[in-house]
Design a protein around this ligand. Structure first.
Ligand code: FES
Length: 172
């Protein structure tokens, strides 16, 4: 190999190695959202069962770190749920978001009903529709009671759902 050819070859090799080194963090950055594990299916510890009164819904706010594609935000409120203790060790957990068009649902203790002030939707304490324009009852979240440090806690898998339709379809 001639000296000039050797320098061309060596220069091309060094440039290739340099570009490959630069590409590694770039590819990692671009593919990060696809490699990230979904937080939506994680179980979240919510409230101790002993802190819930049977038949009295309690609103619980959820906090977590929110991530949109490449941006991570500081921890903040990601949503809220209504927890209804229905027995010694049974609970129902509902989204606070009205399945009509997404306004927050309140609980009216005197009437033992959930109520949405936006278009006057009302729901029974078990989440079923009483009256209003909505096409389905309150969205029920997957929940269970598990022991944490020897105490029963309610834990849930948090999700948000498509408003305005008949079925409860999670938003992704
Ligand atoms: S958003 Fe709740 S009734 Fe319309």
């Amino acid at each position: 190999m001639q000296r000039r050819s050797f320098f061309h070859w060596a220069s091309a090799m060094l440039s290739g190695a340099y570009l490959a080194l630069l590409a590694v963090p770039g590819v990692g950055f671009l593919t990060e959202p696809f490699r990230r594990k979904s937080k939506s299916s994680k179980s979240r510890k919510l409230v101790r069962v002993k802190d819930l009164e049977v038949g009295v819904p309690r609103r619980v706010v959820l906090r977590d770190q929110r991530t949109d594609a490449w941006t991570k935000y500081a921890e903040g409120t990601i949503g809220a749920v209504w927890v209804v203790r229905t027995g010694e060790s049974q609970v129902d957990v509902f989204s606070v978001v009205c399945p009509h068009l997404g306004c927050p649902v309140d609980y009216v203790a005197e009437e033992k009903q959930f109520f949405c002030p936006c278009h006057a939707a009302s729901y029974a304490a078990n989440g079923t529709t009483i009256a209003g324009p909505q096409k389905r009852g309150l969205d029920r979240l997957e929940s269970k009671i598990e022991s944490v440090g020897g105490e029963p806690w309610v834990s849930i898998v948090f999700a948000k759902f498509e408003p305005g339709i008949l079925e409860q379809v999670p938003l992704v």
